[in-house]
Ligand binder design. Sequence first.
Ligand SMILES: *[C@@H]1O[C@H](CO)[C@@H](O)[C@H](O)[C@H]1NC(C)=O
Ligand SMILES: *[C@@H]1O[C@H](CO)[C@@H](O)[C@H](O)[C@H]1NC(C)=O
Ligand SMILES: CC(=O)N[C@H]1CO[C@H](CO)[C@@H](O)[C@@H]1O
Length: 221
Amino acid sequence: MPRSSGSRIKNNLSVASLALLFVSLGAAGTSLGLIQANTSNGASCNFFITYSQLINESLYNYNVPTCKLSIASATIATICLALLTAIELFSVLYSMDIKTLFAKIMQTVFFTGSIVTLSITTTVVSAGWGKTCFTYFNITSKHPDTDSGFHCDGPQYTSSGSGPFPPNGGEFITAAVCAGFGALLTILTLSFFIVKQRINIYVRPQNLNVQDEFPMTSNEF
Ligand SMILES: *[C@@H]1O[C@H](CO)[C@@H](O)[C@H](O)[C@H]1NC(C)=O
Ligand SMILES: *[C@@H]1O[C@H](CO)[C@@H](O)[C@H](O)[C@H]1NC(C)=O
Ligand SMILES: CC(=O)N[C@H]1CO[C@H](CO)[C@@H](O)[C@@H]1O
């Protein structure tokens, strides 16, 4: 008997999911690497710098917890996406239809985990760096004669022109864009995953026996 159209659609969805997961994994990993490199792994943080912090000469490390949070969330996203990619790779390579409830719950957890954490990374990095840019722009707009050497979209220089120094603003922007892009692709992949579960329920090969019509019966476990 030829494979049913349901299982053909599922196969195509699995291959598409695998491709999307690979790209999301790359985006999350890129985001993580850029944030780590430009914050000395979280120790030197330039997010959410306020005016009073900026004029405080004795302050060097600003809002470290926000950088730690963005690194932690990008790390969790990368791990979740790596596991999802591995599961999808197995199911495509061995044409395995993952049916156990446990596997489905784990996949759902990893999908949710990566979407939530990528959204956190996007928000913290874009809002954090945005706030810092705003604080610098506010100062230079009020005092147009001063050149702070700050660049929102590039590396930093001192007002006397030496540098470049970290962080590279363009790389923060890239990190936020990568995390947001990864979140969108993961949401798309999650919708494929949901469609595959629907196909499991509604489309069955024609020679099914009665028990197969009820997917939640004992043969699923
Ligand atoms: C400047 O920052 C230091 C270190 O965090 C802090 O102890 C001090 O109170 C700050 N000074 C002002 C004027 O905010
Ligand atoms: C903008 O800059 C001025 C000084 O140039 C400062 O007094 C003010 O608090 C700043 N506002 C913000 C929102 O940072
Ligand atoms: C200024 C700075 O430290 N930039 C670093 C940002 O991260 C990249 C790696 O992803 C480094 O190559 C840069 O040197």
